[in-house]
Design a protein around this ligand. Structure first.
Ligand code: T3D
Length: 271
């Protein structure tokens, strides 16, 4: 297991096929600066390129997961002391948050958001971009944008109605209330809420399970489910056939069937 450099803005560690990336600005609840965006993008790209990586876990250092944009970062925040000098917020989204959401959504391996504490603003939606969201019971989700005069970004307007329906999406976006991890699980915003004492074990166990599974098929399932959002049934069925055609000639499919027939555990290796 590699030991991360403590002063990095993203702590990177690797163990048995699992690449863990921990946002590391705990004093500001891991809110995003431009520098942290750059480090996270590099860490995600490195994980995507490394054939040893079969699962990524994204989490936060300290008591928070991520509080979204660092509102004090002069590169993107308006400066009230200078008369509220306007900044091009759209440019920051195009430069940082759109590529971040696209990177996460197109990772060639499954990605787990291990939400250890509060996830607010773009931090909440970064978690929701991931394939499986596991949250500690003490964690929470806040669409904080309306409180500062913005709309949900980092994929929020796309993700929220798809995850929880229009009524709940609008309530979350307009009111910006804190949603407990338990309620987030209850309304289907996240996969699972687990007791704080069981959180690390649960995340490790889930990551280990994914490592042993057929990575290519898992990612193809994510892609097909996302693609189905703008397809009719016939087109979705055709898409499924096309993907199965590709997976059907993969090593993992041959191995999975052979293992089933031989009543042994499959050894998947495609990526
Ligand atoms: O470029 C652009 O601006 C566009 C991009 C937009 C994307 C976005 O994400 S917009 C939304 C930005 N995020 C927020 O509005 C959330 C702001 N934070 C909060 O509302 C609260 O901090 C929390 C509800 C997340 C947590 O509350 P609590 O009481 O647990 O902690 P706290 O005391 O508020 O925060 C602890 C420290 O973190 C504190 O610093 P201090 O006083 O100890 O020195 C606080 O200022 C700092 N912090 C928390 N969030 C941010 C932050 N510093 C900078 N930016 C933050 N977003």
């Amino acid at each position: 297991m590699e030991t991360p450099l403590e002063d990095s803005l993203v702590l990177v560690s690797h163990d048995a096929g699992v690449r863990t990336l921990a946002l590391n600005r705990p004093k500001a609840l891991n809110s995003f600066t431009g520098a942290m965006h750059v480090e996270l993008a590099a860490a995600l790209d490195a994980a995507a390129d490394d054939r040893e990586v079969r699962c990524v876990v994204l989490t936060g250092s300290g008591r928070g997961f991520c509080a979204g944009q660092d509102l004090a970062d002069p590169a993107v925040a308006p400066n009230p002391e200078a008369g509220g000098t306007p900044t091009d917020v759209g440019a920051a989204i195009e430069r940082y948050y759109k590529p971040l959401a696209m990177r996460v959504r197109s990772m060639p391996v499954p990605i787990i958001a291990a939400v250890n504490g509060v996830a607010a603003g773009a931090g909440a939606n970064l978690a929701l971009c991931c394939d499986l969201v596991v949250a500690a019971r003490s964690a929470s989700f806040i669409q904080a944008f309306a409180k500062i005069g913005l709309i949900p970004d980092c994929g929020g307007t796309w993700l929220l109605p798809r995850l929880v329906g229009r009524a709940r999406a609008l309530a979350l976006a307009l009111l910006g209330d804190k949603l407990t991890a338990e309620d987030a699980e209850r309304i289907g915003l996240i996969w699972k809420c687990v007791d704080d004492v069981a959180f690390d074990t649960e995340v490790r166990g889930l990551a280990a399970r994914l490592v042993a599974m057929p990575t290519r098929a898992l990612v193809a399932a994510r892609m097909a489910i996302d693609a189905s959002q703008h397809l009719d049934l016939g087109a979705a069925l055709s898409h499924e056939a096309a993907v199965q055609r590709e997976l059907g000639v993969s090593h993992d499919f041959l191995e999975g069937v052979a293992a089933f027939l031989a009543k042994r555990a499959a050894m998947f290796s495609d990526r």
